[in-house]
Write a protein that binds this ligand. Structure first.
Ligand code: ATP
Ligand code: MG
Length: 437
């Protein structure tokens, strides 16, 4: 992509409405614009990152054996009346009437819709276990939408739902999602720590929140220091094998949100206790027969009798995760994207636009990198070098190739690592090689 043609409206000044760094940087880097309170347009740069995160989430769900489908944003209110949540959910749920006076809701979550599918389409015990998921926009009319995409009203969520016959089978599904979450967040470049959580309005009795540590987090959390260095399950983990040892390992150390803070337990951890602020990026629930009971979700058992389904639900805030990644990875100059979610891998900065040699060399490198499938953003604008450097630092691509006549006279360009600040001089051919090898 050529920056001269790209819609990337960066801002020099800090927008006054943004109180936390991720919101500030996403506005300044031209990634999002507010369309209404807590509702955003994703501009091209922001949307690229959102899609990268979404893809990592998808790959790890698929790896764990979950199946992707797509449910609607607008849901039939009758289903919510059946589950008993129509009144219980309160003013956070956006309720709509169509022209025939039929009641709809804009889904804040999708237990009702998926359980309706399950009770009609999953008929026999032989069809279990099943984990179904979708990545879809949700709406919650939050009292105080704030912090940009962190607490929006419209936000992108991955929500998965499991259907099993017994508690043991349901716990295995829970463990699958638990392990998939560890992998998902690690691949996005953040430490997310599973913490025992209360189940709240969803009900049930087993739940963990996955919390990213960051100063601006809304939650006060406590955990054992060793969580920061614990080994993430590898991509070869066999999801059909017993995952309980991994689950046990990741839940054996102390970790709790406030809500769940326990003074005596915390004391035992002693000096190893970390007290920090955290951002909830995901949550897993085992809710048992909650929806099976109210919505009559059952399958035919081996003996021909119906068995009520044991269920669980598993959410990831895909759009919130972007904010959390920035909170965890930035400096005074801007964002520092982990490579896995970066909008482009490398930016080319032509510092001497108009000088034939520099124009030719940068143009040539841009075309070769493009042709090799490297995601590259080429700052070909007729701007001062200083402006280009700060723009590139602000948007946080992992690498920059800096091209100018002075270097070219010596036969070199510079590769800069955004995270470490490390620079090295290489020939243009070596630069191409570095990114294509
Ligand atoms: P919170 O306690 O932050 O309001 P929640 O516990 O109500 O979130 P869940 O029902 O667990 O949220 O939804 C699954 C995930 O969706 C959350 O872990 C979070 O990452 C994300 N999420 C929830 N509400 C919002 C929101 N208003 N804006 C952005 N992401 C959200
Ligand atoms: Mg939650």
């Amino acid at each position: 992509m050529r920056l001269s043609r790209y819609l990337m409206p960066t801002l020099k000044e800090n927008p006054v409405e943004a109180q936390i760094v991720s919101h500030r940087l996403m506005l300044r880097a031209g990634m999002i614009r507010q369309a209404a309170a807590g509702i955003y347009t994703w501009l091209p740069l922001g949307y690229r990152v959102l899609r990268k995160i979404e893809q990592i989430v998808r790959e790890e769900q698929d790896r764990a054996g979950a199946q992707e489908l797509l449910m609607p944003t607008l849901q039939n209110a009758d289903l919510w009346k059946q589950s008993g949540r129509y009144d219980a959910y309160g003013p956070e749920m956006l309720r709509i009437k169509d022209r025939h006076d039929r009641e709809l809701v804009y889904g804040p979550t999708a237990e009702e819709v998926i359980n309706d599918i399950a009770r009609t389409e999953i008929k026999s015990y032989k069809e279990t276990p099943k984990i179904l998921y979708n990545i879809q926009w949700k709406f919650r009319d939050e009292v105080r939408p704030r912090f940009g995409v962190m607490r929006g009203r419209e936000f992108l969520m991955k929500d998965a739902y499991s259907f099993d016959l017994t508690y043991e089978a349901a716990k295995h599904s829970y463990n699958k999602m638990f392990v998939a979450y560890l992998r998902t967040f690690a691949r996005c470049g953040v430490h997310a720590i599973p913490m025992k959580a209360s189940t709240g309005p969803i009900g049930g009795d087993l739940s963990h929140e996955f919390i990213v540590l960051a100063e601006t987090g809304e939650e006060q959390v406590y955990c054992h220091k060793d969580y920061l260095t614990m080994e993430i399950p590898s991509e070869n983990v066999d999801y059909d094998s017993d995952l309980e040892p991994i689950y046990q390992k990741w839940t054996s150390l102390y970790a709790a949100t406030e809500e769940k803070f326990d003074e005596t337990e915390a004391k035992k951890v002693g000096d190893n206790l970390l007290s920090a602020r955290g951002i909830e990026v995901g949550q897993v629930f085992y809710y048992g027969k909650k929806y099976s009971n109210t919505m009559n979700v059952s399958v035919m058992g081996e003996d021909g009798k119906p068995i009520l389904i044991e269920g669980g639900c598993y959410g990831i805030g895909v759009s919130r995760l972007m904010g959390a990644i920035i909170e965890a990875s930035h400096d005074d100059n801007g964002i520092i994207w982990p490579e896995s979610v970066a909008p482009f891998k490398v930016g080319i900065i032509n510092t001497t636009v108009g000088k034939e040699e520099a124009d030719k060399a940068s143009e040539d490198m841009y075309k070769k990198l493009q042709a090799a499938g490297v995601e590259v953003l080429f700052d070909d604008r007729d701007e001062r070098a200083g402006v280009k450097f700060s723009t590139m630092d602000l948007i946080g691509l992992p690498y920059q190739i800096i091209v100018g006549v002075r270097g070219l006279a010596k036969g070199v360009v510079e590769i800069k690592n955004r995270k470490t600040g490390e620079r090295k001089e290489v020939s243009p051919a070596e630069a191409i090689n570095f990114f294509t090898k």
